[in-house]
Design a protein around this ligand. Structure first.
Ligand code: HEM
Ligand SMILES: *[C@@H]1O[C@H](CO)[C@@H](O)[C@H](O)[C@H]1NC(C)=O
Ligand SMILES: *[C@@H]1O[C@H](CO)[C@@H](O)[C@H](O)[C@H]1NC(C)=O
Ligand SMILES: *[C@@H]1O[C@H](CO)[C@@H](O)[C@H](O)[C@H]1NC(C)=O
Length: 322
C-alpha cells in the first residue's frame, strides 16, 4: 500500500514536470554547450569584424532578427534567396541588409562545427552582439531554434509594421506575435541606431508634419529633396547615430522622431497613456530602457521557434538543404 502510494506520487511529479517543460519554450542558452562550445565567441568575432568595416551593420543585423521573427517565427526564413523570398517583400526590398555578413558568420561557424548551429540562432546571437557592441545592454540568448523550410513573402508584406500606419495597427501586429505595448515601445528603441531612406518618412516633409521640430524639418527637406529618388538615408537617431542609448526617446519627447511610427508613440492623438508614459520614462531612465529592451528581445526571439525535429539546420543560410 505504502509502496503504490509513493509510486503514484512519483508518477504525478513526473507528469507535472513533463507538462511544465513541454509548455514552456524549449530554447536554452547552453544549447550548443557540447556540440559547438565556441559558437558565441565565433559569432562575436565576426560581428566585431563587420562593425570595424561599417558601424551601421550593427543596426542592419538587429533589424534582420526582428524581420525574421515576425514572419513565421524566428526561423531564418528572411535569409532564403529566390524571387518568392521575403527579401523582396516591400518592407525588405532595397532595405534589409547584412546578408553577406550572415554568410561570413555562418561559414566560420560551419568550419568549427559543421551542420550543428542554425541560421536562426546565428541571427539571434548577432543581434545581441550588435546591440552590446554599440554600447547597449546584453542578455543571455536562448538557443536551439531550427531553420524553416519555406519563405513567406505575403507574411512579410502583411505582418511587418509599416512606418506610415496607425499606432493601433502596429500594436495589433505585435500582439499577433505575442508582444505587448511595452514591447512595442522598448523595441522601437532599436531605432537608436541605424538609418532610414528618405522614402520611408517623406510623407512627413510635405506638407510639413506639425509634430516635427522645425529645424529638423528643414534639415530633412535639404537631405531629402522632393525630386530625388528617395534612396538617400539619414540617421534614425540624429543625436547619436551609432550609439545604443536612450536618445531615441529623448528625441521623441523633443519632437525629433524620424518616422511617423516613431513620433506617434508620443505626440499624436493615437499615442496612448501607456506609450506616452513609457517614452517619457525611457527618455529619463536609460537603465530602465536597456532592461526592458533586453527583456523584449528575449520575448521576440521566442516567437514560434522550430525545435526538436521540425525544420532543419541549413548548410547555407540562403537555401534549404537538398
Ligand atoms: C514599431 C514598428 C517599426 C516600424 C514601423 C519600423 C520601420 C522601420 C523603417 C521604415 C526603417 C528604415 C528602412 C529603410 O530605410 O528602408 C527601419 C530601420 C530600422 N529598424 Fe525598424 N521599425 C519598427 C520596429 C523595429 C524594431 C522592433 C526593431 C528592432 C528591435 C527595429 C530596428 C531597426 C533598425 C536597427 C533599423 C536601421 C537598419 C539599418 O540601418 O540598416 N525596428 N525601421
Ligand atoms: C504566411 O504568413 C501568414 C500570416 O502570418 C500565415 O497565415 C501563413 O500560414 C503563412 N504561410 C506559410 C506558407 O507559412
Ligand atoms: C508586457 O509584458 C511584460 C512581460 O514580458 C510585462 O512586464 C509588462 O507589464 C507588459 N506590458 C503591458 C503594457 O501589459
Ligand atoms: C533605389 O535604389 C535601388 C537600388 O539600390 C533601385 O533599384 C531603386 O530603383 C531606387 N529607387 C528609386 C525610387 O529610384
Amino acid at each position: 500500500m505504502k509502496k503504490s502510494n509513493s509510486f503514484c506520487c512519483y508518477c504525478l511529479v513526473m507528469i507535472f514536470f513533463t507538462c511544465f517543460l513541454a509548455s514552456r519554450s524549449q530554447l536554452t542558452s547552453d544549447f550548443y554547450k557540447t556540440t559547438c562550445p565556441n559558437v558565441l565567441s565565433i559569432v562575436r568575432k565576426e560581428v566585431q569584424n563587420a562593425l570595424k568595416t561599417e558601424m551601421r551593420m550593427a543596426a542592419s543585423l538587429l533589424r534582420l532578427h526582428f524581420h525574421d521573427c515576425f514572419v513565421n517565427g524566428c526561423d531564418a526564413s528572411i535569409l532564403l534567396d529566390g524571387s518568392d523570398g521575403e527579401k523582396f517583400a516591400p518592407p525588405n526590398k532595397n532595405s534589409a541588409r547584412g546578408f553577406e555578413v550572415v554568410d561570413r558568420i555562418k561559414s566560420s561557424v560551419e568550419s568549427a562545427c559543421s551542420g550543428v548551429v542554425s541560421c536562426a540562432d546565428i541571427l539571434a546571437i548577432a543581434a545581441r552582439d550588435s546591440v552590446l557592441l554599440s554600447g547597449g545592454p546584453t542578455w543571455r540568448v536562448p538557443l536551439g531554434r531550427r531553420d524553416g523550410l519555406v519563405a513567406n513573402q505575403s507574411g512579410a508584406t502583411d505582418g511587418l509594421p509599416s512606418p506610415i500606419e496607425a499606432l493601433d495597427k502596429i500594436i495589433t501586429k505585435f500582439a499577433n506575435v505575442g508582444l505587448n505595448v511595452t514591447d512595442v515601445v522598448s523595441l522601437s528603441g532599436g531605432h537608436t541606431i541605424g538609418q532610414a531612406r528618405c522614402i520611408t518618412f517623406s510623407n512627413r516633409l510635405s506638407p510639413p508634419d506639425s509634430t516635427m521640430e522645425t529645424s529638423m524639418m528643414s534639415d530633412l527637406q535639404t537631405s531629402c529633396p522632393s525630386n530625388s529618388d528617395g534612396n538617400n538615408t539619414v540617421a534614425l537617431d540624429r543625436n547619436s547615430i551609432d550609439a545604443f542609448d536612450n536618445h531615441y526617446f529623448q528625441n521623441l519627447v523633443n519632437s525629433k522622431g524620424l518616422l511617423s511610427s516613431d513620433q506617434i508613440l508620443f505626440s499624436s492623438d493615437e499615442a496612448t497613456t501607456t506609450t506616452k508614459s513609457l517614452v517619457q520614462s525611457y527618455s529619463t531612465n536609460s537603465d530602465l530602457f536597456k532592461a526592458d529592451f533586453a527583456n523584449s528581445m528575449i520575448k521576440m526571439g521566442n516567437i514560434s521557434p522550430l525545435t526538436g525535429s521540425s525544420g532543419e539546420i541549413r548548410k547555407n543560410c540562403r537555401v534549404v538543404n537538398s
